[in-house]
Design a protein around this ligand. Structure first.
Ligand SMILES: [Zn+2]
Ligand SMILES: [Zn+2]
Ligand SMILES: [Zn+2]
Length: 340
């Protein structure tokens, strides 16, 4: 069996490091709580909720991390690790003076900056070509051309809307494009586009990767490792053990009582999307324990192990555990450990 496992390249070591970092995230209780919400379909997309006083919030995450200020770093960390995917949901603007996002949008005169402007539609009489603001066409509830005095009845036939026209009530000038400014309802200062602060607001979903087996494995492994640690064992994940041959073998979890490295428990996890795990992981685990000779070896098959796999596990003295999810896996593992 030695030839199976005596080459460990630098690349593999790097992958182990990455795996360790991601696992550390999965071991974080808060991460587990949030991921469980996604995996249990309690949450499909994490969308921010708007509060006019304080801006956007993620109440679900605030409930998990406890503090509002910890929410964004928490979500950014999960996004950076490739666990959460994000989509631009909105852009929020902040007052440069007081950081409030409670604004009125004001459309101002480009000449005197007053927001006291009158917005009107421009009307054009098709036949004579005369153009003026709507008010000057109105006679009672009818449109009458102020130039040729013809009554206009059909929009887009005898008259058409030719755009927007604004008149400043303060300086009297007219213009077609006003300048937008932001009036902070909180500190009453007015900011221009140049002055305001803009921040992206995201909606988050679980990446497809996490839903796939390998990532889910890590999540399960993290939970099981935590369970073993609580049981008073020293549990490492993933971990390398040196075999009699001198080769290192990697296991999903290696656990032992502190100071007693002779009585080692090794655990591997195998998941299948096709409802049944083949005998392959049993063979792979056997190849490793043949060299390492741990006290006990567990293979956790999710959700089920093939009949052939079960027979081989029995033959190789591997404890095979079938479980549908993390809770079942931990319960069966507990039972199996208690039985000895
Ligand atoms: Zn303000
Ligand atoms: Zn003006
Ligand atoms: Zn006319």
């Amino acid at each position: 069996m030695r030839h199976l496992c005596n080459k460990r390249t630098g690349l593999e070591k790097m992958q182990m490091e990455e795996k360790k970092e991601t696992l550390a995230l999965y071991r974080d209780r808060n991460v587990q709580v949030l991921l469980n919400k996604f995996l249990n379909d309690e949450l499909e997309t994490l969308e921010p909720i708007y509060d006019p006083k304080t801006g956007y919030h993620y109440p679900v995450v605030e409930g998990i991390v406890g503090e509002v200020s910890k929410t964004e770093p928490f979500l950014s960390k999960l996004h950076a690790a490739g666990i959460l995917e994000r989509k631009l949901y909105d852009k929020i603007i902040f007052c440069p003076n007081c950081r409030s996002s409670d604004f009125s949008t004001r459309y101002c005169c480009p000449f005197c900056r007053s927001f006291n402007i009158q917005k009107s539609s421009l009307i054009e009489h098709v036949k004579c070509g005369y153009m003026d603001i709507e008010d000057n066409f109105l006679e009672g509830n009818k449109y009458v051309c102020p130039k040729c005095h013809e009554t206009l009845t059909k929009i887009d036939v005898d008259h058409k809307k030719a755009g927007i026209w604004c008149i400043c009530e303060d300086c009297g000038k007219s213009f077609d494009i006003p300048v937008p400014t932001h009036f902070c309802r909180s500190c009453h200062t007015t900011s221009t586009f140049e002055e305001i602060l803009i921040k992206n607001v995201y909606a988050y979903t679980l990446t497809e990767n996490v839903k796939a087996d390998s990532f889910l494995n890590w999540f399960l492994v993290a939970g099981i490792q935590e369970f073993l640690t609580k049981g008073g064992l020293k549990a490492e994940s993933p971990a390398l053990l040196k075999g009699k041959s001198g080769a290192n073998h990697s296991f999903d979890i290696v656990a032992y009582r502190d100071g007693d490295k002779q009585k080692v428990i090794v655990v591997d996890l195998a998941t299948s999307t096709e409802a049944i795990v083949s005998e392959q992981p049993v063979i792979a685990l056997f190849a490793k324990i043949f060299d390492v000779a741990p006290e006990k070896a567990y293979l956790i098959a999710i959700p089920k192990l093939s009949e052939n796999g079960k027979k081989m596990a029995e033959l190789y003295k591997i404890h095979a555990i079938e479980a549908k999810n993390q809770e079942e896996a931990i319960a069966s593992l507990q039972e199996s450990i208690d039985a000895d």
